[in-house]
Design a protein around this ligand. Sequence first.
Ligand code: NAD
Length: 354
Amino acid sequence: MDARQEDPRHDGAGAERGRHVLVIGGAGFIGSHYVRELVRDGGPARVTVLDKLTYAGNRANLAPVAGRHTFVQGDICDARLLAEVVPGHDLVVNFAAESHVDRSIADAAPFVRTNVQGVQTLMQVCLEAGTPRIVQVSTDEVYGSIESGSWDEDAPLSPNSPYAASKAGGDLVALSYARTHGLPVSVTRCGNNYGPYQFPEKVVPLFTTRLLDGYGVPLYGDGGNVRDWIHAADHVRGIRLVAERGLPGQIYHIAGTAELTNLELTQHLLHALGAGWDRVERVADRKGHDRRYSLCDARLRALGYAPGVPFEQGLADTVRWYAENRDWWQPLCDRAPAPGTAGAAPVGAARTHD
Ligand code: NAD
């Protein structure tokens, strides 16, 4: 057993050391976390970020590593641009996606374009460039909903939302390139992430920022939907390990550390912000709302993975980060209310979750 196998918290940093890493979608929530960690660790010789800068992409997420990465604004569907950027990189990690379920219910077209066609474009360009290692980042939502127990990587795909269906499509395209062409791509699937720099349409930053502003928060349906929460730092730890040790053509689950109903999550956030249940408004449930997600991550743990952020500490740190970084989120709330919602209006905005 080598030293890396003995370390249960080994994060796979060696995969990037001395290499050129291309991060697609690296200006978003999780992608920027990955970039900040890569640069902080002094791992790769060069980090390039390619990002379209949709409403969810934000150069401010990369401000802590300004001057220490190359930024290219561009679309993952732009084959000509990718053919210029991809060659010369040793590792390509794809975070780029339309990622918000509610937006996919309002308009699925950009989801199919970026999450399916974009992945196919990237895989083809990587094939032609001879890219030695690729990780496609995906989600537990591709499996649909599970009453009890947990999915392993062989579970059938049964996506319910257009977001989940588009991610499943992208995964299948990536895996087909591995099987047909021998492209060295692995797919990771993770549960619900929380942490700093998450766009304030998702439930943790949405509720946190609204409570900080003195507004109410909208809770879907009976609040009984169950999600398995993971800090973005642990998600990134898993991705880095897969980049280093994962097998091409394989899927790896990165499970959460806290399985909670939305009622329980809301209670944690109310408590952290000193607010009561009078600030919660029940709103009509999301269409096709999955009841429960749950992943088994035994395959990743066999590579040496273990999560490092306890939920209560991670959530408290995250709430504190939003309280201390109003300059980051306030302009985002002002500019991007989700489709069919009331933006930053008090109680009733139905833009929540996942
Ligand atoms: P995000 O919405 O915060 O960021 C997505 C990024 O992709 C943005 O920077 C955006 O500008 C960029 N992008 C979108 N379309 C693009 C295009 N056509 N070309 C280039 N760039 C484009 O998303 P996130 O929450 O950071 O999620 C990152 C990845 O992780 C996604 O693939 C998502 O499916 C997956 N994932 C997310 C979660 C979660 O809880 N957030 C959980 C599991 C998996």
